[in-house]
Design a protein around this ligand. Sequence first.
Ligand SMILES: NC(=O)c1ccc[n+]([C@@H]2O[C@H](COP(=O)([O-])OP(=O)(O)OC[C@H]3O[C@@H](n4cnc5c(N)ncnc54)[C@H](OP(=O)(O)O)[C@@H]3O)[C@@H](O)[C@H]2O)c1
Length: 327
Amino acid sequence: MSLRKTLQLQNGIAIPQIGLGTWLSKPHEVENSVVWAVEAGYRHLDCAYVYENQDEVGAALKKVIPSVIRREELFITSKLWNNAHHPSEVEKQLDITLSQLGTPYLDLYLIHWPVAFVSGREKIPVRADKPDVAEIDVNTSLVDTWNAMIALRETGKVKAIGVSNFTIQHLEAIIKATGERPTVNQIEAHPLLPQDDMVEYCRKQEIHITAYSPLGNNLQGKRKLVDYPEVKEVADRLGVTTAQVLIAWGVSRGYSVIPKSVQKDRIIKNFEQVTLSKEDYEKISEIGKNNHVRFNIPVTYSPKWMINLFDEAVEKETQTEYVVKLE
Ligand SMILES: NC(=O)c1ccc[n+]([C@@H]2O[C@H](COP(=O)([O-])OP(=O)(O)OC[C@H]3O[C@@H](n4cnc5c(N)ncnc54)[C@H](OP(=O)(O)O)[C@@H]3O)[C@@H](O)[C@H]2O)c1
């Protein structure tokens, strides 16, 4: 059984430690996934405007609220997409998300990326001169958008606000300018990308971390973490799945973890929490020593975001044309 543990955010709100991811859950998949997850005991759902499936998540919510749970028992996260960073767009896109999900409020609303695109209907606007390159809004800063997020709290439509994919430099910039720390930074984190510096920084700042791609989801065709022999050895010995071991690895680091699945048996199993011994935790951590892999790097997307966010080798090799406008 899952331990159904919750962690406390800096504003006192509890966030369930294991949540369901919904990225790349296709139409007709995500509705069932959410229903199965809630029935299995999940109380934390990770959504985003850009996943283009929030209507279906909303349809699932209608099926489980109030027959299985009350709205207040769920922790729902969604994210502001890059094309609505301009302060005049922030609340408008939140309203679309609320209407898609069919809920009057979110428990947590995040700035999805520290990158602003030009505002408009296109989710990924492209440059007229280079259709394979996303058109970045060079005028709207992170601080502008963060101030608009702060203003949302007054509306009662969001219980907490935070960010995603922010580096320490991005976090420091918005905190310095506004005095307001994000409650959460949602980042890619798994044994190949433990992000120890970020984990330590956020611990000191009381910024909660949510780890995405905990199973090492990869769009780059690399070996999946669930297939690593080291993970399999621990899983076989404990009589659990490799995904459970990876989720347990994240849980032992004290943050929340949001594995995605659209398969009922996996959704159920991923939520059956196991605890790793110190030795097994270290065995899994070893996988990432001298083997750094970040899967989610926007300069590799199509269209490309020509911006160096994380200083990864591929970002340095690419002639990036933009920098993040901090303030
Ligand atoms: N903030 C951001 O920028 C950002 C970026 C990426 C992700 N996220 C969030 O984090 C969530 C999780 O990350 P993710 O979707 O990238 O990757 P993930 O959860 O690490 O991995 C998902 C992949 O693992 C498979 N899987 C699930 N359970 C499994 C199991 N028990 N055994 C073997 N394979 C299993 C899934 O396939 P099936 O569905 O077929 O089971 C899917 O292919 C996302 O869904 C999204 O909500 C946020």
